[in-house]
Write a protein that binds this ligand. Structure first.
Ligand SMILES: Cc1cc2nc3c(=O)[nH]c(=O)nc-3n(C[C@H](O)[C@H](O)[C@H](O)COP(=O)(O)O)c2cc1C
Length: 299
């Protein structure tokens, strides 16, 4: 009997949908029944964003507050594989992704089902991934694979270009000279190979060794410096989120948060990375290796 795959995700610009389309293409070509579902919040986030709305979602995003989604109607009661797309928003699972993983319709099919997670982030997806792994564990899913694609340009460059994209709505070059924002078209197309990698494991119903193979194919973008920055920023975001939600001056707190982000990126990050390079990294190779494995491992 043909294997059944559910590919479910949220996407604003369509980027994550394109990645999912490329990953699932080899499966569809091989005759696998792939059901694709793009979920929608009842009150969807307008795209492009305004600066104010963008920062306004930070507290609920970081604190994992779910929202109501439009009904999710699935054709099957069980699947051989679920391909779950999610985004990182403010170093956390995006609000729609977090809500999806807590949705009864999805939870019903996640139990004991193999799941491959897929993200298309700017470049900071590690903390969000930890959140997604936790939600998958809570749903008793069997996490068998992870694919994480990012914008490979320098962190400060992609910071400018993503705002050009998210606030302007078009994945074009800022002023005609900056690099294109988001995951490069070539990397999106390359994700077909990951689908080809998944296919024999899906057909056999055995997943041992698949993630290792995906890692050798560079399906998981991991960067030491960004890991250090995320590790430092994660707890600070939680502090900002709590402060904003408990303050009578939420708007003001969020506008200060915006400046904190700029200073953290352009002043704090270079200092932190310099200190790390001189005082920490050379003396903690085992710890660094363990940390990396923690992010690359699935359980
Ligand atoms: C509100 C918001 C916050 C974001 N925060 C992050 C982040 O912390 N790290 C990151 O790598 N990308 C971040 N992104 C980029 C998204 O992960 C994603 O790459 C982009 O929004 C395109 O996804 P789409 O397929 O939904 O259009 C953020 C995007 C939005 C809209």
């Amino acid at each position: 009997m043909s294997k059944k795959v559910l590919a479910i995700y949220y996407s604003q610009s369509g980027q994550l949908g394109e990645i999912i389309d490329n990953i699932t293409e080899p499966l569809i070509n091989a005759g696998i029944a792939v059901e694709k579902v793009r979920i929608k919040p009842v009150n969807d986030y307008a795209f492009p964003w305004t600066g104010e709305r963008f920062y306004d979602v930070m507290p609920d995003c970081v604190l994992g507050v779910p929202i109501e989604l439009e009904p999710i109607v699935l054709k099957e009661n069980a699947y051989d594989l679920i391909i779950l797309g999610y985004q990182s928003w403010f170093l956390s699972p995006s609000i729609p992704s977090n809500s999806l993983l807590q949705h009864p319709s999805l939870k019903a099919v996640l139990k004991d089902t193999p799941v491959v997670t897929v993200t298309g982030a700017r470049n900071m997806w590690l903390n969000a991934f930890v959140g997604i792994k936790k939600l998958l564990r809570e749903a008793s899913a069997n996490h068998v694979g992870n694919i994480a694609l990012i914008d490979e340009h320098l962190n400060p460059l992609s910071y400018f270009t993503i705002f050009h994209w998210l606030l302007g709505g078009k994945k074009t070059r800022l002023w005609g000279i900056f690099p294109f924002p988001g995951v490069a078209d070539e990397d999106i197309r390359r994700s077909k190979f990951f689908g080809e990698t998944i296919l024999p494991f899906l057909t056999a119903g055995k997943w041992d060794g698949m993630q290792e193979k995906l890692i050798t194919q560079k399906a998981v973008a991991y960067n030491y410096s960004l890991m250090i920055l995320e590790a430092k920023a994660g707890p600070q975001y939680i502090g900002w989120a709590n402060k904003a939600n408990s303050s009578k001056h939420r708007k003001r707190v969020l506008s200060v948060f915006k400046y904190y982000l700029h200073v953290a990126l352009f002043v704090g990050a270079p200092i932190l990375l310099l200190i790390d390079a001189i005082l920490i990294r050379p003396f903690s190779s085992q710890k660094v290796k363990k940390l990396k494995q923690n992010y690359l491992n699935l359980n």
